[in-house]
Design a binder for this molecule. Structure first.
Ligand SMILES: Nc1ncnc2c1ncn2[C@@H]1O[C@H](COP(=O)(O)OP(=O)(O)O)[C@@H](O)[C@H]1O
Ligand SMILES: [Mg+2]
Length: 254
């Protein structure tokens, strides 16, 4: 088994791709050879590989792996993986994903894998994202919203991970909307404070909302890679040769 992390989220649209891409950039800059994977991606528009999650991860890593190597299941329909696959008469095979992962793990020092949706999103008829995370066996980074509702969503997801004894590296909180009103800023600060008390793992961030992120993705990723929270995350994920000796680093849990 190799080194690396699976980046999951409390929801879709919480910033998994952004955090994964920034983490990958930072790890590459640290001198780590980083492979990326997006095992299942839905809502992929034809001809827009560069704007897809897998395309963004590949760009962040600066690797030339073929899209089918890192993202074997890609669907047009923007539904949960099981539904998107069914709509196209397809079945997602965990073994196929594991084969791709093992090849990447043998070629790179570290593999950063972005999940799809949240933890319990159905992928096969009788398995979900959590089952895949358990099978891959890498520790997990949880990305969650810094605003109101973020405490409950993060704690539920952490409970779901602990229930399966998945190792957890950290929670990364992200501001997914502009919060200028004092009450929103208070909600954000309170979410961070409560999660620091209750998460039981490092809580990093919040990453501030940056309106230009949508129009300059690679610039945003590059800037975020230099930010304190992503540097801390990279440090938790990868300690260099010392961390690599002996058994793989699994984060502070379980
Ligand atoms: N901190 C932020 N500031 C500005 N935009 C953000 C921020 N975090 C996420 N976004 C935007 O929200 C959208 C969803 O982020 P993404 O990383 O793709 O989420 P996920 O991978 O969890 O679905 C993207 O368009 C991204 O540009
Ligand atoms: Mg994504």
């Amino acid at each position: 088994m190799g080194n690396g992390v699976v980046v999951t989220g409390t929801d879709t649209g919480v910033g998994k791709t952004l955090v994964s891409s920034a983490l990958v950039r930072k790890l590459v800059q640290t001198g780590c050879s980083v492979g990326v994977m997006k095992p299942v991606e839905t809502g992929v528009l034809p001809g827009q590989l560069n704007e897809s999650d897998a395309g963004r991860l590949l760009a962040a890593a600066g690797v030339s792996d073929g899209i089918e190597e890192v993202s074997p299941y890609r669907f047009l329909t923007p539904l949960a993986p099981l539904a998107a696959a069914s709509a196209q008469g397809r079945v997602i095979e965990m073994q196929e994903i594991m084969g791709r992962y093992e090849r990447l793990a043998s070629r790179y020092s570290c593999v950063v894998i972005e999940g799809a949706g949240g933890l319990l999103v159905p992928i096969g008829t009788d398995w979900d994202m959590r089952d895949l995370i358990g099978r891959i066996g890498l520790p997990v980074v949880l990305v969650g919203r810094a605003g109101l509702g973020g405490v409950n969503h993060a704690l539920l997801t952490l409970e779901g991970l602990r229930h399966r004894h998945c190792a957890i590296v950290a929670v990364v909180l992200n501001e997914t909307a502009l919060s200028t009103a004092p009450v929103q800023q208070e909600q954000c600060a309170s979410t961070v404070a409560l999660l620091r008390e209750r998460a039981g793992v490092p809580v990093l961030g919040p990453l501030p909302y940056q309106p230009h992120f949508g129009s300059d993705w690679s610039g945003a990723v590059e800037a975020l890679a230099q930010s304190g929270p992503i540097r801390e995350l990279a440090d938790l994920v990868w300690k260099g040769p010392v961390g690599r000796s002996g058994s793989p680093r699994r984060g502070p849990e379980p």
